[in-house]
Design a protein around this ligand. Structure first.
Ligand code: 13P
Ligand code: SF4
Length: 338
């Protein structure tokens, strides 16, 4: 593994303190959103990290892979994407003729920030044999430079299917990349990016919470650092966390990922207790980007059809190929994925 870039994306915690909406306002706004959705023939897609009130009005709540699969097959005229910007961009790339809107266009991602397209291009130019496997948490321009896209839900399968005679370059999450190397045994050059929220979970914090709840298994996202992943009973994408928790006989489960996940898990497994893993330096384990979306902004974007994702035809054409390659590999049974 070689270090190729400094990760400059860690910034001081800038968390949004949200005041809960009064129940009457919440009900009225949720009703108005559903009415507007019918008028627009829209679909509302929401990531597992969205605030509970957004998850509760969505047609589909899931991980990046599930959301891309939903975006690829929808018949709706308008896609309302409640997640971060790169997720809505992916939906637009798959649906160039549809309107794709999002509640807040500034909802970014520290991984996306860590990997500007010109820097990736400069690295790729150093080795013509690179085969670039790119985590979906990146800009459309970076997708356009990639051979194949992956999510945390299918990264192992995608890397196993990569051509054996190529040198693998994995961008931009070094933690996910390192985990995939461990799982597949394939060496890869890793871009030095990370999720500013997931790296807040520490070995010491997890050891402490496990001592407090010795019977509770730990589930961690692969964006966590190795010192945390190595303590986990399961390392997986947010959607696979739901499957793990449903299947687990445990009454309490420790969750090392963004806090929004707990709402989804409580809905899916109402009889279990979910314990958010503690974080080191910041006040909470919320992704400040995911939490930029609010129910009010969701309603406003559906009224104004803005902010809207706009991309050039050229970028859409080039970025679509590696996404379609990912969707195709993902849909194959394991033995045919290679
Ligand atoms: P999932 O695809 O596992 O939902 O992860 C997305 C993400 O941004 C994690 O931080
Ligand atoms: Fe990006 Fe991390 Fe937020 Fe996921 S949790 S969107 S990886 S900053």
């Amino acid at each position: 593994m070689i270090d190729v870039l400094e990760n400059k994306s860690r910034s001081d915690a800038d968390f949004v303190t949200r005041k809960p909406l009064p129940p009457e306002r919440l009900d009225a706004l949720s009703r108005d959103i559903l009415t507007r959705k019918k008028e627009l023939n829209a679909i509302i897609l929401a990531h597992n990290y969205q605030v509970p009130e957004i998850q509760d009005v969505a047609d589909f709540v899931g991980d990046s892979l599930g959301l891309s699969q939903q975006a690829a097959k929808t018949n709706a005229d308008v896609i309302v994407f409640c997640g971060v910007h790169f997720m809505a961009e992916t939906a637009k790339i798959l649906n160039p003729n549809k309107i794709v809107i999002l509640p807040d266009k500034d909802a970014g991602c520290s991984l996306e920030e860590s990997c500007p397209a010109p820097k990736l291009k400069a690295l790729q130019d150093t080795n013509p044999n690179f085969y670039t496997v790119t985590y979906i948490n990146c800009s459309a321009e970076v997708k356009a430079l990639s051979d194949v896209i992956c999510t945390s839900g299918n990264a192992v399968k995608i890397v196993n299917a990569a051509p054996k005679d190529r040198d693998l370059l994995f961008v931009p999450d070094e933690n996910l990349g390192a985990w995939v190397m461990e799982q597949t045994g394939r060496p890869m050059t890793l871009w030095r990016g990370s999720c500013y929220a997931h790296v807040e979970f520490t070995h010491a914090g997890i050891v402490r919470i496990r001592q407090e709840f010795p019977e509770a298994p730990l589930v961690a996202h692969p964006e966590c650092v190795k010192a945390v992943r190595m303590l986990a009973d399961e390392v997986c994408s947010t959607e696979k966390m739901v499957d793990f928790c449903k299947r687990s006989p445990a009454k309490a489960i420790i969750i090392a990922t963004e806090a929004g996940m707990i709402h989804r898990l409580r809905k899916e497994c109402p009889d279990k207790r979910f314990i958010p893993a503690p974080v080191a330096n910041c006040r909470c384990n919320e992704c400040k980007f995911m939490k930029m979306n609010t129910l009010e902004k969701l309603y406003d974007c559906m009224v104004n059809l803005e902010p809207r994702i706009e991309l050039s035809e050229e970028i859409i054409r080039r970025a679509r190929l590696p996404i379609e390659r990912m969707l195709e590999i993902s849909s194959k049974p394991l033995e045919n994925a290679g």
